[in-house]
Ligand binder design. Sequence first.
Ligand code: UGA
Length: 475
Amino acid sequence: MNRPEKLVENRTESPRLYSSGQTRLYNLNRKSDSVSIVGMGYVGLCTAATFASRGIRTVGIDIDNERVQQIRKGKAPLHEPQLDTMLRKAVKTKLLEATTDTSRAIDTTTTFLTVGTPSGADGSIDLSYLKTAVADLGKILSKKTGYHLVVVKSTVVPGTTNGAVKHSLEESSGKNVGPELGLCANPEFLKEGTAINDALHPDKIVIGSNDKKSANQLTKLYRRFYGSKLPPVITTNPESAELVKYASNAFLATKVSFINTIANIAQQIPGVDVGTIADALGRDPRIGPLFLKAGPGYGGSCFHKDLQALINYGHNTGYDPTLFRATEDTNEKQAIRVVSMAEKLLGSLSDKKVAILGLAFKQDTDDIREAASIRVINGLKKKGAQVIAYDPMAIPNTKRQLTNQISYAEDPHSVLKGADCAIIMTEWDQFQKLKPKDFQAFMNTPNIVDARRIYDSDEFKELNYAAIGLGRANP
Ligand code: UGA
């Protein structure tokens, strides 16, 4: 096992990073070591913290002053394991500086763009934040003498880097992309909850560039970051790099919808459990075991947004990607299935008290964006149920979105009090620890819909227990 890396501050010299006893030292005053990152959201902040952790001087830029002030205090404005600790160190050693001042990018050699690319009303990608950021950066770079590399890390549809970004950058800077201004697409593959680890140990780096100079500068930066552990670097054109990101998320989302489809079939066959099917399926190296957990459907800020953008992009090119429409449709209907399972156990949902255990789109996050829990809650409300929910982290975010449409409990026991049905929506550890007696002691009637399949069906057989993909005849 590697010894943890240590950041050491030296009063007489610049701070240096000592890695695993190696003599890999970084001189932080060298301009070649510095990067700026525009957009201190989830991706930008994790990227900035990990760059700084490797001794690379990093300037984090965001228009939100409150966010910048918080980062300056070494406090993450969002929940991500390990991020707070890393930020604290990075700020303390001055390896990471946060600012609202885009002109600070001029002193760095490379600027990463990590601003959000949300969905427009029709599902198409909304590039407005990216365009503003590029125009601002271009104006700054017009004053720079010497080469500067701009890297698009935001998820963008093929053609964006070489189209809208290049156009705006050249127009606002008065420079040509090529010899004086480098431009690359370099997508990220960070997962919420494990983003720091993903950034430190990626399975590949994808660099899309039009020329060798920009690709070489970015590869050199990553070589400095990863040292002898540099992952495979796939160098291609910007359009391919952009499409890799969509292909990756579309594949993963389709894998989830695939196993949910098998789960729904398995559920109709007494004695069949989709867990057994997934286990056998995943042992085939052509398939692999990951992303084969059946559940209430995928959520999060990326899969739905990126599939919609890809579908929309396909249509604009004259192609209808029916597979991805089916992936999305299957996902939407999975939440309706969860509601139907509760209805089947209860007869009618009208005026029944339903406890939702888990609001976050997956465990270890407070993020409820596109979470299946919200779709299920809306379905339950439509059928007249009274909903009470508990989540260890995501209640504040849910309150902002659903306001007082539902009520909230303070712990996993009180959410069950007097409930007619409990639905497990997120696989939090504390829910996995609940035993049948907990449900029996607190609930009005112990009807359970295990949408995350976290319980052993044999242990729960005395209760009215139904799980996604479990073909057990309901009592
Ligand atoms: C996803 C991708 O996994 C990352 O590679 C990508 O960088 C990121 O989107 C992005 O585009 O920024 P994330 O949204 O954090 O990451 O979440 P995942 O861990 O991929 O989970 C997505 C959803 O699928 C969750 O709701 C999860 O519960 C669900 N899921 C996942 C299942 O239902 N079953 C599984 O087997 C796996």
